[in-house]
Design a protein around this ligand. Structure first.
Ligand code: MG
Ligand code: MG
Length: 288
């Protein structure tokens, strides 16, 4: 059977710059709307408007059976939540996942935002901590991609960061009763290019198999999904939404990243990932 190489040419990676930036713009347009009283469908509408306005299309809408531009997952939902008339509340932890396709190439990125709630400072702090550690683990994985020899090095870096940053605060809700974070096992990162989801899978944890070689031409969506409790999840009756079995909170962060001859470049960050990578001593290098 013919299998397309997982490694891309420089020209192909260049073609992924614009869809990456459009994906970033879509999330930037949604971020300020994440506040009490806004419906998750309104977030979806805004993301779609941004993507269309840049002459691109939503690649989520190209997924069979899915008609929205974003996935939006609130509180115990971790990923794949469907936009709806649900109204966001103060204190909610909200993950938004989005992607754009432009001239046949794809971007894919996700953020988590905690809605302010002065009356529940401890809950907000706990949720912000979850989001911060999840985001940090994503950057640790991206940083590892700069020097990784195999995919397994990336998963090990993600898990290592999560283990090195255990929950600081005492649980304030019965649902968050563990002393460590949970890393989803059934959902993983992936290659990205002509299709949003391509080989190889990118595990967010250590694996016995070192996995494919990391070398110039590899473009990955690195996307840790982390919970404040058990990593056990189930799919809700809508056949999409992935929620935690124990009701603990979830967070999801994602970027699309290219490894090229001179270094790495985060395609879905306007600064190429400079700010996120700085703590790891890595400077992203633009695709030449
Ligand atoms: Mg995504
Ligand atoms: Mg993805």
């Amino acid at each position: 059977m013919f299998r397309r190489s997982i490694y891309k040419s420089s020209a192909q990676m260049q073609a992924m710059i614009e869809p990456g930036l459009i994906t970033a713009a879509a999330l930037d347009s949604v971020r300020p709307l994440i506040r009490p009283g806004v419906t998750t469908l309104e977030l979806d509408t805004e993301a779609n408007r941004t993507i269309r306005g840049r002459g691109a299309e939503s690649n989520f809408q190209l997924v069979r059976g899915y008609s929205h531009t974003i996935c939006v997952s609130v509180n115990e939902e971790v990923v794949h939540g469907i936009p709806s008339e649900r109204v966001l509340q103060a204190g909610d932890i909200v993950s938004v996942d989005c992607g754009a396709q432009f001239q046949g190439w794809n971007g894919d990125s996700a953020i988590t935002v905690v809605v302010a709630d002065p009356s529940r400072a401890e809950v907000v702090e706990r949720r912000e901590e979850l989001s911060r550690v999840t985001e940090g683990s994503m950057w640790a994985g991206i940083a590892a991609m700069a020097s990784a020899r195999h995919l397994g090095d990336i998963g090990a870096a993600i898990q290592g960061h999560i283990e090195d940053n255990p929950p600081l605060a005492e649980p304030v809700e019965a649902s968050a009763s563990r002393s460590e974070w949970g890393i989803l096992r059934e959902y993983v990162g992936h290659g990205i290019g002509r299709k949003m989801h391509e080989a190889p899978s990118v595990f967010n944890y250590r694996t016995p198999d070192p996995g494919a070689e990391v070398k110039p031409g590899l473009v990955l969506a690195i996307e840790p999904m982390v919970t404040a409790g058990s990593e056990e999840t189930y799919v809700e009756d809508d056949d999409w939404t992935v929620s935690t079995v124990d009701g603990s909170d979830g967070s999801h962060w994602e970027h699309s990243v290219a490894r090229h001859a001179d270094g790495i470049w985060v395609l879905t960050a306007p600064d190429g990932g400079a700010a996120g990578l700085a703590p790891f001593g890595i400077e992203p290098v633009p695709l030449a």
